[in-house]
Design a binder for this molecule. Structure first.
Ligand code: UDX
Length: 436
C-alpha cells in the first residue's frame, strides 16, 4: 500500500517507520528541512529506542522516503496526519494551526477516494469540521488516534494494545475509510489486536479521555502522598497495597514529582477548554485539580531541597539528576525535572544538571543552567543530590559509592525510586515524596 505520513515529529516519524516495517511503501513529509535531512540519512532526529534501526533498514531499501515536498503525497491511498497540537500560547486550548495547514496543503494532491486519517490528538469535533473543509475534494476523512508512549513508541506502534477507527457518518465514505485502515493495519489486526470501529467524536474522545484517566491516576496517588506527608504514612506501601486490587491495578500509581511531557499536561488542559466550549465545564472540572496537584509536587521537591539546605539555597551546590520528562526520552516539554532545576536556580542555588539524553534539548530552552556530561562531575561537592528522572543508571546508584563525592550526603528522591533504609544505612539523609 502507498502511504503518506504528514508531520515527522515523535509521532509521525515513528508511524512512518512502523508502516514501512509492516510492508508498506511510505513517504514521510515535514516542513522542517533539518528533520527531513536527518531522517533521509536514516537518523532519528530525537531519542527513541529502536527507531534508528527501523529507519536505516527501510530507508536503505527505498521503501521509506522523506521529503519536504507535499506533492510527494500524491498517489498514496492513505494519508496519515501526525502533526503536533500543542497548547496555544497564553491559553489552555489546543493549537490546531498545524492540523489545518497540513490538510490545506495536502488537499491539492489527493485523489477522490483517498483516505485522510488523523492521528494527532485533537479536541472533539475537529474531524467533523475538517470534513466540511474538505468540501467536494472526494477525499474521505477518518480519525485513528495514536496511543504510543515515548521510549516505547516503536513497540507501541507495531504491537498496539488496541486500534480505534473513527469513521465518517456517510456509509460509503465509512466503508472506504475502514477498508483503507484495515489494509494499512492488516499485519497488526492479524495479531488479534482489539479494534474499536466507531464515529469521529468517540475516536477523538478515546484519546483525550485515556490521557485524562492516566493523569488522574497519577494525581490521585500524589494527592495521597500529600496526605501521607502530614500523617506519617508511606505512599509507596499504600500504592502497593491498593494496587493488588485488580480493579485498581499497580500501574501509574508511582507517586513522585508528577507527570510532564508533550501529551498529558496539554491534553488535560485542552480537554477542559473544549468542555467549557461545549457548555460542560463541570463534567471535567476535576481535571483542573488533577493539574494543580501535579504542579504542587514540583514545588514540594523544591521545598525539600531548601529544607535540606537549612533554608538558605544561595550559592549552595545542588546536583539534579535527570532533565527529560521521563526516562528513555530526550523530551523536555513540560518536564518536571527541568522545572525543578530552573526553580532552584531562580532561588540562587548553584544548580548542576545532567541527563543521559536530554542535555541538548534542555540547553536550548534554558541556557542559564550548568550542564554537566558526567554523573561524577554533577554530584561532586553537592550539598543535595536530587533524583528527578529515574533513568536506570540513577536508579541503580550505590549510595556508598556516591557518598565520598558529595559535600553533604543528602538525597531528595523525587521519584521514590530508592530504598530509604539502604540510603540511610549508608549515611545519607533521605527525603522522598509521601514517604516516612
Ligand atoms: C502518554 C500516554 O501514556 C500515551 O498513551 C499517549 O499516547 C501519550 O501520552 P508519554 O507522554 O510518552 O505517553 O508518557 P507516559 O509514560 O504516559 O508518562 C507520562 C508522565 O507521567 C511522565 O512524566 C512520567 O514520569 C509520569 N508518571 C508515570 C508518573 O509520575 N507516575 C507514574 O506512575 C507513571
Amino acid at each position: 500500500m502507498r502511504i503518506s505520513v504528514i508531520g515527522c515529529g515523535y509521532l509521525g516519524a515513528v508511524h512512518a517507520a512502523a508502516m514501512a516495517e509492516l510492508g508498506h511503501e511510505v513517504v514521510g513529509i515535514d516542513v522542517d528541512p533539518g528533520k527531513i535531512a536527518a531522517l533521509t540519512r536514516g537518523e532519528a532526529p530525537f531519542f527513541e529506542p529502536g527507531l534508528p534501526e527501523l529507519l536505516q533498514a527501510h530507508v536503505a531499501t527505498g521503501r521509506l522516503r522523506f521529503s519536504t515536498d507535499m506533492a510527494e503525497a500524491a498517489g498514496s491511498t492513505i494519508h496519515f496526519i501526525a502533526v503536533g497540537t500543542p497548547q496555544v500560547r497564553g491559553g489552555t486550548a489546543a493549537d490546531l494551526t498545524f492540523v489545518d495547514s497540513a490538510i490545506d496543503s495536502l488537499l491539492p494532491y489527493t485523489n477522490p477516494g483517498d483516505v485522510i486519517a488523523g492521528k494527532s490528538t485533537v479536541p472533539v469535533g475537529t474531524a467533523t469540521r475538517l470534513a466540511e473543509k474538505m468540501g467536494d475534494s472526494g477525499a474521505v476523512i477518518a480519525w485513528n488516534p495514536e496511543f504510543l508512549r515515548e521510549g516505547w513508541a516503536v513497540k507501541d506502534s507495531l504491537t498496539p494494545d488496541r486500534l480505534v477507527f473513527g469513521l465518517p457518518p456517510e456509509p460509503t465514505d465509512a466503508t472506504t475509510a475502514e477498508a483503507a485502515l484495515r489494509e494499512a493495519y492488516a499485519p497488526v489486526l492479524a495479531l488479534d489486536t482489539p479494534l474499536i470501529v466507531t464515529d469521529f467524536a468517540t475516536a477523538e474522545l478515546v484519546k483525550v479521555s485515556a490521557n485524562a484517566f492516566l493523569a488522574t491516576k497519577i494525581s490521585f496517588i500524589n494527592a495521597m502522598a500529600e496526605i501521607a506527608e502530614v500523617t506519617g504514612a508511606d505512599v509507596v506501601q499504600l500504592a502497593e497495597a491498593i494496587g493488588h486490587d485488580d480493579r485498581i491495578g499497580k500501574r501509574f500509581l508511582g507517586a513522585g514529582v508528577g507527570f510532564g511531557g508533550g501529551c498529558l499536561p496539554k491534553d488535560i488542559r485542552a480537554f477542559t477548554a473544549r468542555a467549557e466550549e461545549l457548555g460542560r465545564a463541570e463534567s471535567v472540572a476535576f481535571l483542573k485539580e488533577v493539574d494543580a496537584i501535579n504542579l504542587r509536587r514540583r514545588q514540594r521537591v523544591v521545598d525539600h531541597v531548601i529544607d535540606a539546605l537549612d533554608g538558605e539555597p544561595h550559592g549552595k551546590v545542588v546536583a539534579v539528576l535527570g532533565l527529560a520528562f521521563k526516562p528513555h526520552s530526550d523530551d523536555v516539554r513540560d518536564s518536571p525535572a527541568l522545572d525543578v532545576a530552573v526553580r532552584l536556580k531562580g532561588l540562587g542555588a548553584d544548580v548542576r544538571v545532567t541527563d543521559p539524553a536530554a542535555i541538548e534539548n534542555a540547553r536550548a530552552r534554558h541556557p542559564q543552567l550548568d550542564y554537566r556530561e558526567s554523573f561524577e562531575d554533577t554530584v561532586t561537592d553537592a550539598e543535595v543530590v536530587v533524583l528527578v528522572t529515574e533513568w536506570d543508571e540513577y536508579r541503580h546508584l550505590d549510595p556508598a559509592v556516591v557518598l565520598p563525592l558529595v559535600a553533604r550526603p543528602q538525597i531528595v528522591d523525587a521519584r521514590n525510586s530508592y530504598d530509604p533504609a539502604r540510603w540511610r544505612a549508608a549515611g545519607w539523609t533521605y527525603r522522598g515524596l509521601g514517604r516516612r
